[in-house]
Design a protein around this ligand. Structure first.
Ligand SMILES: Nc1ncnc2c1ncn2[C@@H]1O[C@H](COP(=O)(O)OP(=O)(O)O)[C@@H](O)[C@H]1O
Ligand SMILES: [Mg+2]
Length: 469
């Protein structure tokens, strides 16, 4: 509980009791000195009174002048503080007395009555004078009250002054510092305006230096980020324009090699020319595919890719794509199947791009599955009422840690040097990018040696219910 209290409260809890104890001790010391002084003063008074009176009594006692003795002793009673007096002769027999000379509230002084002639030799008797301490006690009580009140007021003022100065010297800079720290947590860089030459001043200066460093770091980071963004944009634009420029001559190469390959304007003469023309055509097609992929990816990255969306039959699309890889699959002795849920609703999407997704996935499945394995494509309604497109295989699979690399542009799990499969590493990133453009979920589930299942899940907003004829 206490550990959560503010510094002010903690200080008060420590300082106030300590101060109270110290002031009480001071009061006790003061009062006991005052009491001692008062007692001594009373004693002196009694002594002086007794001294004066014994001188006066000397003659009457010597002459045994009773009336004079009584008068002189009785004089003492005129003093209000005198509570009693007693005169005895040299044998201790009382000559005269009044009041009381004993008791707890009484200070008594006894003096010898001297011989009127032979002064220092024969004492004639003894006079005891008793003074009351009542008035002394009353004075002390008053003093106690006033001193106590004065000390209490003083203490109160002192505590107030201490706290006011602490407020100014410690708590205010602390509060400012705390405010600035809270701002830093919200990514706002605010300096603390505080100057002092003590430790707090040092802390504040250190904090301000830190804020300065953070500020410039953030600025540098932002600049670096903008520069990186600009560089990425420049790269995409470069790729897009280069790809575009490459496509025109490539189309000419493809067109003319096709004319040559098919000997459209007459025989080529040698069979080798025909075979070379075929090689030129297939190499050119391969190159065109790569360039198209690069162009597509850079368009997506630049945010310039536009989908041409309309409803189509996804089952049809899957069957078409499966047929495209059937020949390669049978060459690899793989079992290739399509599993399409009956009465599937139509999908509202870019048909060409969905087919691109399917072909890329099927190509991978066929490419990375050893002979004798299985490759399949499927479509079915998913949990959220959309459609899942699935391409699976029983191939070599991808280790979990390699998936991010497989999904990055030009990223391939096998390094270029020990590669056993050809490709550019653009297929999966393109599938992912095209899925994202459709707001579809892309999921890859793979384990090495077991196989891979890629699922692209379209949301329910892309479903067009079949109208019954
Ligand atoms: N079905 C699959 N089975 C095993 N590995 C795969 C599969 N699909 C993709 N991969 C891995 O992911 C990498 C990237 O795939 P992709 O982007 O299509 O590039 P490419 O096919 O040109 O190599 C592939 O090189 C391969 O290592
Ligand atoms: Mg591929």
């Amino acid at each position: 509980m206490f550990s959560r209290a503010s510094l002010q409260v903690k200080l008060a809890v420590i300082v106030v009791p300590l101060m109270t104890v110290a002031l009480c001790l001071l009061l006790v010391v003061l009062m006991s000195t005052a009491a001692e002084d008062g007692r001594r003063a009373l004693m002196t008074r009694a002594t002086v009174m007794a001294d004066v009176q014994v001188q006066a009594l000397s003659q009457p006692v010597w002459e045994l002048n009773t009336s004079q003795i009584i008068r002189l002793v009785q004089t003492l009673s005129k003093d209000p503080d005198v509570v009693g007096a007693k005169l005895v002769d040299e044998l201790g027999r009382p000559l005269h007395a009044f009041g009381t000379i004993e008791g707890p509230l009484v200070i008594a002084v006894t003096r010898t009555v001297p011989h009127p002639v032979a002064r220092d030799t024969v004492p004639l008797g003894q006079l005891t004078v008793a003074l009351s301490r009542a008035s002394l006690n009353e004075t002390l009580r008053l003093q106690l009250v006033t001193a106590g009140a004065a000390i209490a007021i003083g203490a109160f003022l002192m505590v107030g002054i201490v706290f006011l100065s602490l407020q100014h010297l410690v708590f205010r800079p602390l509060a400012l510092l705390l405010q600035a720290i809270e701002k830093v947590e919200n990514q706002e860089w605010q300096m603390v305006e505080w100057e002092s030459r003590d430790q707090l001043g040092t802390v504040v200066r250190a904090f301000n230096r830190m804020v300065n460093t953070l500020r410039s770091n953030e600025r540098e980071l932002r600049e670096a980020f903008h520069a990186a963004e600009a560089a990425a944009r420049a790269k995409d634009e470069f790729l897009a324009s280069v790809s575009h420029e490459l496509r025109t001559p490539l189309n000419a190469i493809l067109g003319f090699s096709e004319v040559l390959k098919n000997e459209m304007f007459g025989a080529l003469g040698s069979d080798r020319y025909r075979s070379y023309a075929g090689d030129i055509f297939s190499s050119g097609s391969h190159l065109l595919n790569i360039i198209n992929d690069i162009l597509d990816l850079s368009k997506v990255a630049a945010g310039k890719f536009e989908l041409v969306e309309r409803p189509f039959d996804i089952g049809h699309a899957i069957e078409g794509c499966v047929n495209l890889v059937r020949e390669r699959a049978s060459r690899n002795r793989q079992k290739l199947t399509a599993d399409i849920q009956p009465r599937l609703p139509q999908l509202y999407a870019d048909e060409l791009r969905v087919k691109q997704i399917l072909i890329n996935l099927l190509n991978n499945a066929v490419k990375f599955t050893p002979p004798g394995g299985q490759v399949w494509a499927a479509a079915r309604v998913n949990d959220v009422g959309g459609i899942d497109i699935i391409v699976g295989d029983t191939g070599i699979g991808i280790a979990k840690e390699d998936i991010p690399r497989a999904l990055s542009a030009f990223g391939q799990v096998e390094s270029v040097l020990n590669r056993t499969h050809e490709g550019t590493g653009l297929g999966l990133p393109l599938v992912k990018a095209l899925s994202d453009l459709h707001n579809a979920q892309f999921n890859i589930d793979s384990s090495p040696g077991v196989g891979t299942i890629v699922t692209v899940s379209f949301g329910s907003e892309r479903i067009i219910a079949r109208t019954h004829k």
